[in-house]
Ligand binder design. Structure first.
Ligand SMILES: C[S@@+](CC[C@H](N)C(=O)[O-])C[C@H]1O[C@@H](n2cnc3c(N)ncnc32)[C@H](O)[C@@H]1O
Length: 246
């Protein structure tokens, strides 16, 4: 288990937007109000650029995208040759990293309908990769994936945000987890892997414990492995776990 965010990954944005005193939500509204180009490098090698359209989550300050891509590029999960699902793909930064590591295919999928631009990305492999707007892979066939990676929205509210809103990137309601677990287990083969980033807000450990208990209905709890855990000064804990489907 790694306990810090030391990384060889660098994500930069053309014409940076300073956050200043803006709240996380206000900053993301501004980031996603117009197209913005980010560039991704690993170990000083340029990998790709993405021009993110409006209303799509911008990972420039994301604790999850950086950590998940790092794990993929380091080879901590067996991406080569896999049918890889970038669930909640947003701008596709995680799936593009999986293509870089020779996944057999990448399904870029999100509830947000503004993701079609990925089909014209230079690293998108026509006839191999796909882009689909849907909730939790609900239109996919049973047993059609080997690895599903998802960076879960970590703030909990009573109401579900609109699918097209950038708020859907970081807010979820209480039905989110049980639905997600069922749909992901449907699409994964037995022995397939669910890798997720989960941010634990201070005083919300009970939601996380409940999530792990619910996972064990479809996933082998003995296979649960913590790939990263890092606690920030404000008490917020960033985690990445991997678990294998029964
Ligand atoms: C934290 S963002 C991560 C985006 C991208 N993976 C990244 O790292 O930049 C979470 C993403 O999940 C998507 N999302 C939220 N609910 C979803 C659902 N039910 N099905 C599919 N995607 C969903 C959001 O639209 C958002 O793009």
């Amino acid at each position: 288990m790694r306990t810090d965010h030391a990384t060889d990954l660098e994500i930069t944005m053309e014409n940076p937007v300073l956050r200043g005193d803006l709240s996380f939500e206000d900053y993301h509204e501004i980031l996603s109000s117009e197209p913005r180009t980010i560039s991704v490098s690993y170990q000083d090698r340029h990998l790709f650029e993405i021009t993110i359209p409006p209303s799509v989550f911008n990972p420039i300050i994301s604790r999850s995208a950086q950590a998940l891509i790092d794990i993929i590029l380091k080879g901590d999960i067996p991406v080569a040759g896999s049918r890889f699902v970038d669930l909640g793909c947003g701008c596709g930064i995680i799936g593009l990293a999986a293509a870089e590591k020779s996944s057999k295919s990448v399904l870029y999928t999100d509830i947000n309908p503004n993701i079609d631009f990925l089909q014209s990305h230079p690293k998108f492999r026509p006839d191999i990769d796909r882009v689909m707007t849907q909730s939790f892979c609900e239109k996919e066939k049973e047993n059609s994936a080997d690895i599903v990676v998802f960076s879960l929205p970590s703030r909990i509210r009573d109401q579900k945000p609109s699918d097209e809103s950038v708020k859907a990137a970081y807010l979820r309601d209480l039905d989110f987890i049980p639905t997600m677990i069922k749909k992901i287990s449907h699409v994964l083969v037995s022995g397939g892997r669910f890798v997720f980033w989960y941010g634990i807000h201070p005083n919300q450990m009970h939601y996380f414990s409940q999530f792990i208990i619910e996972l064990s209905e479809f996933f082998d709890r003995n296979s649960l492995a913590c790939l990263l855990e890092y606690q920030f000064e404000d008490g917020y804990t960033s985690t990445i776990y991997s678990i294998v489907k029964k």
